[in-house]
Design a protein around this ligand. Structure first.
Ligand SMILES: Cc1cc2nc3c(=O)[nH]c(=O)nc-3n(C[C@H](O)[C@H](O)[C@H](O)COP(=O)(O)O)c2cc1C
Length: 331
């Protein structure tokens, strides 16, 4: 009975700490890796004098997938990486059709020019590509096979001119059985190239569903910074900072209904009853409305509380108010 009570108390304290505490890492590190081809392509750009391709082939300065990749990176706060082959792809559309078919026929693994230096540091990897002959370019296999992506979250995206994802979601899932592959997004190349507003709207909706939208305003960033400062103070047992960043009168309510004051809660941090070591915040979502804000996320917490050590992942819902330009936490 005593054991169960202790366990419950530990759990209560964890939930309590998470509900009010903050993060060392503000968001997962995200990479947007993509392959895209500028030059002559189908249904986009200006037709060039002397082209041997069909009347539908025009010339573009920036590839359709490159445009989509840039929007995803901007919207999620990710790093961008362009997958490039040592042997460049032809500019001319008709030649490109032939080269792509040859690569498929030989199940090629075209050599890539660069590698992502610190792949280990990324936990979410978007992989983008055009559809070529109803498939993803063979160079995407080269890229995937260059790294150990097991345990990482992988999210495909692509542009096309009618084929949609064309089975590539499945192809990526098959190629990465030890990764978590989330639902990808396919956008018409012409839309990515010519309709910025629609492209952004589709990407926003998709990222929203995946919970991948980044902190997108200064206010959001400030709320997150406050959350981060509280987090650091909990790890550092910096009671002065905790006392300043939690509004007076904040209470910490246990699942049992029992409440603790700031002084009681901070006292247990100070005396070593509650010890926090690391936080990993996953998919933080911040909503700011005037001077009020909420932050929700999943948090993996490493702590030692009441003698029990471990890492627990729990949902967090923290509330903030802005007073004279500074955000403060409360319940
Ligand atoms: C070699 C080649 C093959 C293509 N095959 C298809 C296809 O099978 N289905 C399709 O919908 N679009 C196909 N397309 C159109 C491209 O998928 C589309 O233009 C895409 O947006 C190009 O992206 P990028 O500009 O990033 O390279 C093909 C284009 C090329 C160059």
């Amino acid at each position: 009975m005593k054991k169960i009570a202790t366990f419950l108390l530990v759990l209560i304290m964890l939930v309590l700490a998470l509900a009010t505490a903050s993060a060392k890492e503000t968001s997962p590190r995200i990479l947007v890796a993509y392959l895209s081809r500028a030059g002559e392509n189908y249904h986009v750009g200006e037709t060039r004098e002397g082209s041997v391709s069909s009347a539908y082939a025009g010339y573009i300065e920036k590839g359709n997938t490159a445009i989509m990749a840039a929007v995803i990176a901007e919207t999620t706060g990710a790093d961008l990486f362009e997958i490039k082959t040592v042997t460049p792809y032809p500019d001319e559309y008709a030649s490109m059709l032939r080269v792509a078919q040859e690569e498929i026929d030989s199940n090629a693994r075209p050599e890539l020019t660069e590698t992502v230096e610190s792949m280990d540091e990324y936990n979410v990897i978007f992989i983008g590509y055009p559809i070529w002959h109803a498939k993803m370019p063979q160079a995407i296999y080269s890229f995937i096979e260059n790294y150990d992506l097991s345990g990482k979250t992988v999210i495909p995206f692509n542009t096309h001119e009618g084929s949609g994802q064309s089975g590539t979601q499945q192809a990526i899932e098959n190629a990465l059985p030890d990764s978590t592959v989330l639902q990808g997004l396919a956008i018409l190349g012409k839309t990515a190239q010519e309709d910025q507003e629609n492209t952004q709207a589709m990407i926003d909706e998709w990222l929203e569903e995946l919970g991948m939208k980044k902190v997108n305003s200064t206010e959001d960033a400030q709320v997150l910074a406050t959350y981060g400062a509280i987090q650091q103070a909990m790890i550092d047992k910096d009671i002065e900072t905790l006392d300043r960043l939690y509004l007076d009168g904040t209470t910490f309510t246990h699942m049992s209904g029992k409440t603790q004051t700031k002084a009681e809660f901070f006292g247990e941090i100070a005396d070593g009853t509650l010890n926090y070591f690391a936080y990993d915040i996953q998919h933080p979502q911040i909503t700011v409305s005037g001077n009020e804000a909420t932050l929700s996320a999943s948090v993996a917490l490493t702590a030692k509380v009441y003698g029990a050590s471990g890492t627990w992942t729990l949902p967090v819902n923290a509330h903030f108010s802005k007073i004279e330009g500074q955000w403060y936490a409360h319940n």
